[in-house]
Write a protein that binds this ligand. Sequence first.
Ligand code: GLU
Length: 297
Amino acid sequence: MKTRPVIAATLSVLALTAVAACGKEAAPVADTGVALPTYTVKTDAKVEGSKTLEAAKKRGKLIVGAKADQPFLGFENVTTSTREGFDIEIAKMIAADLGFGPDKIEFKTIVSANRETAIMGGQIDYYVGTYTINDTRKQKVSFAGPYYVAGQDLLVLKDKAEYTGPESVKGKKVCSATGSTSVKKIEEYAPVMPVTQYDTYAQCVDKLLTGEIDAVTTDDAILKGFAAKNAGKLKVVGKTFSKEPYGIGLAKDDAAFQTAVAAALKAHEDNGDWKKAYDATLGLSGAAAPEIPALTN
Ligand code: GLU
């Protein structure tokens, strides 16, 4: 008598497992275990008069510039040699509308200081990597966005109560990435302090953990990722002092491509992909889901 319910239970477990396995196949899973959305690749993607897209079609793949060191945003998992994060998802959804599946994207790591050069030199078709839209950059490149608005903040050791905002790091050793808006902004608050600069924020975080610097400054979205990865050791101060609207970096001389990328972004915001991607990536760092900003570019 007792075996029957056990068998029934086993069977239903098997059935559930089968369903779960099917679901898993349909949706890739981030290393955090949350299902990422998949994006339908357009087979009839046409953009009249875009030399960027023409060149990409000819070569059979898109070349996308991204970050490799920013957890939950643009991160290269060296063990699996895959890219993950919110920026990577944004790059993939746009690629899908342009007719390129994830296997037809080559990601190239470009650090903050090299973005304009890479875009202007045609080394990449577009760039997605915590890239603030601003007028200085618009003299050299074009943008589609914003798709997210971050704010500059500070990352410090968890037990340091004296850091309360940008004024509190005056005379302290602060680190940030070369070529970022973050370096400029912190210098406005503490003009006499030389900012320690590296190519990446990950290098700054290493120095923070060893005590060689006192604080890392950049966008809260980036810092929250590092804090989550170093739980119990680091904290974000939580007092933002700038607005950083993130855009997709594009060549200035291809208006047709800019229009297509902006339209793709809007379509994926409207159909719920943006939110799903956010929840499966950046949302896991503890950053609350923001309103999707209106496109201005
Ligand atoms: N969003 C800022 C910028 O574009 C800081 C982050 C970064 O360097 O990517 O400069």
